[in-house]
Design a protein around this ligand. Sequence first.
Ligand code: ATP
Length: 283
Amino acid sequence: MNAIEVIGLKKSYGQVDAVRGIDLSIATGEIFALLGPNGAGKTTTVEILEGFRRRDSGDVRVLGFDPHNEGHAAREWRNRIGIVLQSTSDSGDLTVIETIEHFSAYYSNPRNVEEVINSVGLDEKAGSLIRKLSGGQRRRLDVALGIIGNPELLFLDEPTTGFDPEARRSFWALIEKLRGDGTTILLTTHYLDEAEALADRVGVINNGQILEISTPTELGGRSRAQALVSWRDGDEIKSEATDNPTSVVNRLTAQFNGEIPELTVTRPSLEDIYLAMIGMSHE
Ligand code: ATP
């Protein structure tokens, strides 16, 4: 069974068609990244899956459950999912450890509080008041609250916004650990390197519609895209786009009779491909 099944999802706010017919299947244990520009409909989609917003139409199953439903079954379902929202509520007068302990009591099978604090890198701040944390530290606390319940399925809406590069890398390591535990993860992010590092598949969404779902290496024909070979020739930097960079390099090796000055061989990054897709969809 897939962890998430979405067919024909639609949602409008008055005149704004925020989500215009989305189909999406996410396998159990998969890490899926939803990418798209501001206002594309990512948060609307994710919050419908989380049961925080009502859809207008379409079929949605999350861990086999329709998030529309309420009552006892909904509470049991909520126990199985973890959520890190884009904006967070404030509980400024509690410490980090008090806040996490408080949240852990809502779950039937929570993780160990100290372990969670350690895994988000907040050991030194465990006794600090929330309102004294920096923006990035607060975001780490949000992530801690998302995983304290030991969820089968974790929603992360722009989890690393405000993280410094080191914190982002340790967050990635944490996600890898959760992957190892079999946690299914749906994340939205504006960091394409993050999607590339973490996601099994990415979905690009624009104007409320999915443009493509693929692996990060194959999105938009990326794996077939030409390579760019560049090198220094006297005062000039030269470059050549090619399907066969090895033969270009061989030719240059012969030409320079050895070391090719300032040689690089690059392929389009996920960000290049993504920007081209979004740009094209506006034309
Ligand atoms: P971002 O990357 O900026 O977080 P997003 O992809 O998450 O963007 P959404 O927040 O889902 O985008 O917004 C999609 C569209 O719906 C936007 O045009 C937005 O202005 C509109 N919208 C979102 N929430 C509401 C709301 N509560 N009321 C009215 N319009 C809304």
